[in-house]
Design a protein around this ligand. Structure first.
Ligand code: SAH
Ligand code: SF4
Ligand code: F3S
Length: 440
């Protein structure tokens, strides 16, 4: 049997695309190899969001080239956002690559893999269709990603995503609902809705079938068997009253929100083209907490955007303290080819960016510990994921807030159990299962 090895980089969108890529590879008769060395087909699903992502991947790609030099029968396939950013130039620079495709044309991989199906060279990058109907190899039985849109119509000046994922396209409501029902029938109880700008869902749908993101949440909430709904990433500009109401009123929608801030300085937000100010973001957080007092808020922050002064950075720290986020992903600004910000004059020196990141990370950890400490003594509903990675005598799972919970005694994987929180760190909650557990 021929075998493949797939390496995935980047965001949840890419991880989900990889489930389809694996599904296609396996339905074409390939088995999974434990390493690149043992694989006949070496596949990469790439990311290009920051320079670091490119670097990690290129190192691996060179390793694959060396393996192919020893064994010319090996095939090298490159999909994803980095691939899309280069298109046909990819073959000029990396002639040992056999097949390349972008995030919108995963299905083409199936044609390439078909017997005798080695396609002519060329980069496949047109948007074919949502991958929703392709075979899928899912990682966990009880939890699934569900893509509701792809692409992004925003023009954030630092971001390469619109260039590689294209204009925003929403999946028709019926497609989304029927996939949700299929997943529920298959034993899935937790859905994570995916889109680059998940809460602008629906605006591009034909008038007759148009629904808003808020309405979509309500429709998914009504699907029997779905007990938890999450989504990522929403844009603050589209976090309107109807979405907040749907979140608060739908029992399945989790009390958790990842709300990218990027910067706390209105001046920098403007240069980033984020379309909100510091005040509007803070007012939005107030409205969210009015509707959902215990909502867990997480965010993304970029330090060292061109022109960011010490005062701008202080404004970011200040918003961070005012909100008191549960957690944050923090990034050093990385200039990306073709983006507006890459051409801006006053790029911030690397040492300054690093120093700011360190100060921010300290703040993130302190708030995370503090936010978790508030939960000591509370009972959290935990969806059981399996034995803990570090201590096989304990189990791990996730609270509705998205926080990782370590607990004992064990319980059936996929069951939802009440856990009383006894201790916390900045990363996890620890506790004991409260009541006898119904085995799912
Ligand atoms: N669509 C999502 C996330 C896109 S990328 C959203 O709008 O929230 C994930 C995160 O990477 C972004 O939120 C941003 O914080 C960060 N990011 C994007 N481009 C970047 C760049 N050029 N340099 C550093 N961080 C970047
Ligand atoms: Fe990038 Fe902005 Fe679109 Fe997010 S909303 S993907 S940061 S352009
Ligand atoms: Fe990376 Fe593409 Fe996601 S650039 S972050 S894999 S959308």
């Amino acid at each position: 049997m021929r075998r493949y090895h797939l390496t995935t980089y980047g965001c949840q969108m890419n991880a989900h695309d990889s489930e389809r890529i694996k599904g296609l590879l396996e339905s074409s008769g390939l088995g999974e190899a434990a390493s690149q060395d043992e694989a006949d087909v070496i596949v990469f699903n790439t990311c290009t969001i920051r320079e670091k992502a490119d670097g990690r991947f290129l190192q691996n790609l060179m390793h694959a080239r060396a393996q192919k030099a020893r064994d010319p029968e090996k095939r090298i396939v490159v999909g994803g956002c980095w691939s899309e950013s280069l298109k046909d130039e990819l073959f000029a620079e990396y002639p040992f690559v056999d097949f390349a495709f972008g995030p919108g044309s995963i299905a083409r991989l199936g044609d390439f893999l078909a017997p005798g199906g080695e396609l002519p060279r060329g980069h496949f990058s047109t948007f074919d269709a949502f991958a929703g109907d392709l075979p899928m190899h899912r990682a966990r039985p009880f939890s699934a990603w569900l893509q509701i849109s792809m692409g992004c119509n925003s023009v954030c000046s630092y971001c390469i995503v619109p260039a590689v994922r294209g204009r925003e396209r929403s999946r028709p409501l019926e497609d989304v609902l029927s996939e949700a029902r299929r997943l529920a029938d298959d034993g899935v109880s937790e859905l994570t809705l995916l889109g680059q700008n998940v809460n602008s869902y629906g605006r591009d749908l034909p008038l007759t079938g148009r629904v808003s993101f808020a309405e979509l949440l309500r429709r998914l909430d009504a699907v029997p068997g779905i007990d938890r709904i999450r989504f990522t990433s929403p844009h603050p500009k589209d976090m309107r009253a109807d979405v907040i109401a749907a979140m608060a009123e739908c029992p399945a929608v989790c009390e958790a929100l990842h709300l990218p801030l990027q910067s706390g300085s209105t001046r920098i937000l403007k240069a980033m083209r984020r379309t909100y100010s510091r005040e509007r973001y803070l007012a939005l957080v107030d409205r969210l907490r009015d509707a959902m007092p215990d909502v867990a808020l997480t965010t993304d922050i970029i330090v060292g955007f061109p022109g960011e002064t010490e005062d701008d950075f202080a404004a970011t720290l200040d918003v961070y303290d005012t909100v008191g986020f549960d957690h944050a992903f923090t990034f050093i600004y990385s200039p990306r080819r073709g983006t507006e910000a890459a051409g801006m004059a006053d790029q911030v020196p690397e040492p300054v960016k690093h120093e700011r990141l360190e100060r921010l990370v300290e703040r993130v950890q302190a708030h995370a510990r503090h936010r978790n400490a508030r939960l000591v003594g509370s009972v959290q509903e935990v969806l059981v994921e399996g034995p803990s990675r570090t201590d096989p005598d304990t189990h791990r799972g996730r609270a509705r807030s998205g926080k990782t919970v370590i607990f004992s005694p064990g319980a059936a994987v996929g069951a939802a159990v009440p856990v009383r929180v006894e201790a916390v760190t900045s990363q996890t909650l620890r506790g004991t299962v409260e009541a006898p557990v119904a085995v799912a």
